[in-house]
Design a protein around this ligand. Structure first.
Ligand SMILES: Nc1ncnc2c1ncn2[C@@H]1O[C@H](COP(=O)(O)OP(=O)(O)OP(=O)(O)O)[C@@H](O)[C@H]1O
Ligand SMILES: [Mg+2]
Length: 283
């Protein structure tokens, strides 16, 4: 059985209406108001994501990547179709699915230090005493923030804040890590560092990772599978690729460069192709 199985998923934001995007808890919600568009944002998305895989999503801006990830996370309702995890329909958020967003600043608590930020979610899940301490310490260690426990978010660099966000998600040991452009706002060097750290974390934990990026190089560096979405509206999966390289990967290697160019070409085609002329629906 696949870890995640998406069948005939359709998503339409109601025209001119507010749609609530749930954040972190069912009690906290943020209204996002959009003008709405004719047709579907996502139309007939079919996809299987295997347990333990590193699955990357590529697609034009506004095609629906965040929408898709938010539906898988359980933050957004779907319009129709099925999205299952371990054979069970996803309905709402769950600690089994950890989230990492592009901007850590919206997510971290500025009045809590590194340790307290990581402990916060664990405490809410009922951990205390030694177990709480060891889980928090383990997650902090895993992302390379050991020694910085007492620092507050404003005393950390952008890369460290992003590590903290990842530590917080990992601490409660989710089965899936859902990452929406997690390194998008970082400088090139920090990004490279965190890319290799993420591979290390993925290898040592065996988690399933869903990862959105705009960066082709990052997609080929990290992904075992790459799903390329077609353009909005009515976006669906245009291509499903299996990256033919082991880790660690060398972006300067000629095979890597050539493969990245092929993905680039497919991305351009996918952006140009409307969803009713889907190139490859098998997944
Ligand atoms: N809450 C909402 N209500 C109404 N429309 C929305 C909402 N969220 C997103 N949309 C619309 O859905 C479409 C897809 O948005 P989404 O954020 O999923 O794109 P994306 O692929 O993640 O883009 P980017 O790469 O720029 O992050 C866009 O047209 C957007 O305006
Ligand atoms: Mg997005």
């Amino acid at each position: 059985m696949s870890k995640i199985e998406i069948t005939r998923l359709h998503k339409r934001y109601e025209n001119g209406t507010k749609e609530k995007t749930l954040l972190f808890s069912k009690n906290v919600s943020a209204d996002r108001i959009f003008g709405g568009e004719e047709g579907f944002v996502l139309k007939d998305v079919n996809l299987k994501i295997e347990e333990g895989s590193f699955h990357v999503f590529l697609g034009a801006s506004g095609c629906g990547k965040t929408t898709l990830l938010n539906i898988i996370a359980g933050l957004l309702p779907k319009t129709s179709g099925s999205v299952k995890m371990d054979g069970k329909e996803i309905e709402g958020i769950s600690p089994e699915r950890g989230l990492v967003f592009q901007n850590a600043d919206n997510v971290l608590f500025p009045w809590l230090n590194v340790l307290q930020n990581v402990e916060y979610g664990l405490k809410r899940k009922g951990f205390k005493g030694e177990e709480l301490k060891s889980k928090a310490a383990g997650a902090i260690e895993l992302v390379g923030l050991a020694g910085h426990e007492k620092k507050y978010p404003n005393e950390l660099s952008g890369g460290m804040r992003q590590r903290l966000q990842i530590a917080r998600s990992l601490a409660s040991d989710p089965e899936i890590l859902i990452m929406d452009e997690p390194f998008g706002a970082l400088d090139a060097q920090t990004r490279m560092l965190l890319q290799s750290e993420l591979i290390r974390i993925w290898k040592s934990t065996g988690k399933t990772i869903l990862f959105v990026t705009h960066d082709l190089n990052e997609a080929v560096l990290l992904g075992q599978k790459i799903s390329i979405l077609s353009a909005a509206p009515d976006a669906s999966i245009a291509y499903n690729e299996t990256v033919p390289f082991d880790y660690p990967r060398d972006p300067l290697d000629s095979d890597f460069v050539q493969y990245t160019a092929e993905i680039h070409k497919k991305l351009n085609e996918a952006i140009a192709v409307h969803a009713d002329r889907i190139i490859d629906k098998s997944a």
